[in-house]
Write a protein that binds this ligand. Structure first.
Ligand code: PLP
Length: 385
């Protein structure tokens, strides 16, 4: 049975062949650490890591690659942004759309004297910029919002929110886990101060990679959450204050970063606008197909232009986990069911009690044939359900 992977919102697969080749080549032929040696292989590693940083900076329209911090994943990047800024007594504005990588750290901080406001959304899972601004108060330290929901795919008005926050001097963190590498945008277009993303989703790097963009000046008030060796300023027992060393203690995941740089170069060569166009075509095809099926309810926007390349649905008479299991075992279709680490989003959509939704998420290497196979399989499920 052919394997059709439709869980790209969790992590993208397959990666371009160039990513596997680059990781394999580096592991076999190099293997030297980053920022710690002057011998040839170490210098070659330094150049590869620098190239990867430059490639991610280019995606975000940034001239200075040192503004990009490599992290372990999206959660780690958000953790650094949130924990690095917060102090007891602060207030934070976020939304019900967020992933647990935002909700859980904030929940834990509530027990340490941090107040939070969770702004609601409409029936499509979209937050209103005005509601975010209304939730601010004099103690608001920052606002953190997902660029797109990982449950419905709905794009959030982050550029509008960012512009309003910049006028008010409020720090803005964007969780771009579902958009970086998938949509063309720059950090300045979102007016964000910090932008967190996994490296292993739209950026097409291996698992175990993530990035945090830090706007110039923000690093002065962003504390390091990991302190230790950086290979730089080694005579001092104090953590360096320079970017990105302040936030990159310990050996980097070089094979991951090499793969990430290669994935991002692949995207830049194709053009992220073209990658987006492909996602729009496949998502439209998927939505059109699903909307012909009786008993299938699509959550979130019905227009591909209002979301990233993922669709969440429920099927009358089927538990989402059961539907995912049948798709996998009978049709080779790999999709994710459940609450997708976003409990408040499912609560807002009314899908929490029924076990969440079935989510089909597309990547740049998916084809129209994959979409048609998924629609046909769901058609059989609804016919027999
Ligand atoms: C919206 C959103 N934020 C954050 C994350 C966390 O990313 P990671 O799994 O790389 O930690 C995810 C991953 O699913 C996500 O979808």
């Amino acid at each position: 049975m052919q394997r059709i992977y439709l869980d790209n919102a969790a992590t993208s697969w397959p990666k371009p062949a160039e990513v596997y080749d680059a990781v394999d080549r580096w592991q076999r032929e190099n293997g030297a650490p980053f920022g710690r040696g002057v011998y040839d292989s170490a210098s070659a590693t330094d150049r590869l890591v620098h190239d990867a940083r430059r490639a991610v900076a280019e995606v975000l329209g940034i001239d200075d690659p040192s503004r990009i911090v490599f992290t372990l994943n999206g959660t780690d990047a958000l953790h650094l942004a949130i924990q690095g800024l917060i102090k007891p007594g602060d207030h934070v504005v976020t939304t019900v759309v967020e992933h647990n990588s935002v909700l859980r750290p904030l929940r834990q901080l509530e027990s340490r004297g941090v107040a939070t406001a969770h702004v609601g959304c409409d029936g499509n899972g979209v937050v209103a910029a005005g509601d975010v601004i209304k939730a601010l108060n004099s103690k608001t330290k920052f606002v953190v919002v997902a660029h797109a929901s990982n449950v419905t795919g709905a794009l959030q008005p982050v550029a509008e929110i960012g512009a309003e926050l910049r006028k008010r001097g409020v720090t803005f963190i964007v969780d771009a886990a579902q958009t970086l590498g998938e949509l063309p945008f720059t950090a300045e277009e979102l007016s964000c101060d910090l932008l967190a993303s996994p490296g292993h989703k739209g950026l097409l790097g291996p698992l175990g990679t993530g990035v945090l963009y830090v706007r110039p000046g923000i690093e002065e008030r962003l504390g390091s959450i990991r302190i230790g060796g950086t290979g730089s300023q080694s005579s001092s027992t104090l953590q360096p204050k320079t970017m990105p060393d302040k936030f990159e203690a310990g050996n980097l995941n070089v094979p991951g970063v090499v793969g990430l740089g290669t994935g991002v170069r692949w995207l830049l060569e194709r053009g992220i606008a073209n990658v987006r166009e492909h996602a729009l075509q496949l998502t439209t095809r998927l939505l059109d197909g699903l909307l012909t099926l009786n008993g299938v309810r699509v959550l979130g926007p019905r227009e591909a232009s209002r979301c990233v390349g993922l669709v969440s649905l429920t099927i009358e008479g089927y538990d989402p986990q059961e539907a995912a299991a049948v798709l996998a075992t009978s049709f080779g279709i790999e999709a994710r069911a459940g609450l997708h680490c976003s409990p408040l989003m499912h609560k807002a959509l009314g899908t929490d009690a029924g076990g969440g939704t079935l989510r089909l998420s597309l990547g740049p290497l998916n084809t129209a044939g994959h979409v048609d196979a998924a629609v046909a399989a769901l058609g059989q499920l609804t016919a027999t359900g």
